[in-house]
Design a binder for this molecule. Structure first.
Ligand code: PLP
Length: 388
């Protein structure tokens, strides 16, 4: 008897590495300079150009980039930073690494990003920054958030881990929309360096602090030294930094992937639009495109509005059993035990709480075909059509 093989498991995301990427990394490996060479400098320059920023500083991960961003922003013990309750924990952790206090505020249910009004209500005399997240690739409402930051006399920071290639009112995410913007290049992101991150800024002083921080707090720059150099070997450790450098291998992959980003994002957009038309009419709240912006479609999150037994948890189980790697992005950060012990909760974040009971990320990545998306759509329709 002949059995069709089961279709392979379809993850919610995976990297798409090309022969060109492999050649770039191989060339980097053949070079004796494996770290702190020209490839990182080229990647930084190309990334800065791509997002319309004056400076880009590479880091070993998106989390390290966020840590550097908070350091450059001057966050220290007791400083409050307003962050959305809905994000990956790394956003808030970066504030904690420096002794700062993440103050969780609710999301706008349309954009899934920090709600400017909720942010305004969370401002106190100790607020040092707003740190918004371009959730799922949707740009934050930067103009309104900037107005809140200006009223509070604080910085506007962005976690754009989901949003390379996104734009807000014609301005790319990573440009001067925020004072500092962090990106991630981990393997599930829109472009990858295997691991890696980047911070962009237009401010040369922020850029200098970022470079210091990712290299142990050390500098050799003669113009920046605090003491006269006794000889050419001299360098100084001026602050407590970390070893957060991005190797030449990672930079080679990142630079090569940056060339694919427009095409990869276009494919994500194509699949997202396919989902949106093919899932219309079901008891699902589908994600919106920004009216005056560009979505990077890092995630395609549907919100299941049907009551049990056709609720989110059941759809999650149904799709996992059918071989689809659906996910819930994310457990709201204040709900993690670490943050609960600090006294955090989502009691004041009703939109985040509702989102968390309904949200489900469908597979979406550039290695997927429309046929793969059609299989997902068919499985979702089957779930709502059968008697349960
Ligand atoms: C919103 C957000 N911020 C930060 C990070 C951290 O990035 P990384 O995994 O590169 O450390 C991620 C991804 O993991 C993320 O999704």
């Amino acid at each position: 008897m002949h059995h069709d093989p089961a279709p392979p498991f379809l993850p919610y995301s995976r990297p798409l590495v090309t022969e060109e990427d492999i050649a770039a990394v191989t060339a980097a490996l053949r070079d004796p300079i494996l770290s702190q060479g020209n490839r990182l400098a080229s990647f930084e320059a190309a990334f800065a150009t791509a997002v319309g920023a004056r400076h880009a500083v590479g880091f070993s991960s998106g989390t390290a980039a966020l840590h550097g961003l908070c350091f450059a922003a001057g966050i220290g013990p007791g400083d409050e930073v307003i962050v959305p309750a809905l994000t990956f924990a790394g956003t808030a952790n970066a504030v904690r690494y420096l002794g700062g206090i993440p103050v969780f505020a609710d999301i706008d249910p349309q954009t899934l990003c920090l709600d400017p009004e909720a942010a305004r209500a969370a401002v106190t005399p100790r607020t040092r920054a707003l740190l918004t997240v371009d959730f799922a690739g949707h740009p934050s409402d930067y103009d309104r958030l900037r107005a809140v930051a200006d009223e509070a006399g604080c910085l506007l920071l962005a976690d754009a881990a989901h949003a390379p290639g996104a734009a807000y009112r014609g301005r790319p995410v990573g440009s001067a929309l925020a004072d500092l913007t962090a990106f991630s290049f981990n393997p599930v992101k829109n472009m990858t360096a295997a691991e890696g991150g980047m911070v962009t800024t237009d401010d040369a002083r922020h850029a200098a602090r970022l470079r210091l921080f990712r290299t142990h707090g050390m500098t050799r720059d003669p113009a920046a030294l605090e003491y006269p150099a006794p000889g050419p070997w001299y360098y100084e450790q001026q602050v407590l930094g970390f070893n957060y450098k991005l190797s030449e291998l990672h930079a080679a992959l990142g630079l090569s992937q940056l060339h694919h980003l427009p095409a990869y994002n276009a494919h994500r957009r194509h699949l997202a639009r396919y989902y949106t038309q093919a899932l219309a009419g079901l008891p699902l709240h589908l994600p919106a495109e920004p009216p005056e912006g560009t979505h990077a479609w890092h995630l395609y999150v549907v919100r299941v509005t049907a009551p049990p037994p056709r609720h989110r948890d059941a759809l999650f189980a149904h799709l996992r059993t059918a071989g689809f790697g659906v996910q819930v992005h994310y457990i709201p950060v204040p709900m993690h035990p670490y943050y609960r012990r600090l006294g955090c909760s989502i009691a004041h974040c009703p939109e985040t709480a509702r989102y968390y009971t309904q949200a489900l990320s469908l597979p979406l990545h550039p290695a997927m075909t429309e046929h793969d998306a059609e299989r997902v759509v068919n499985a979702v329709h089957a779930f709502f059509e059968t008697d349960r």
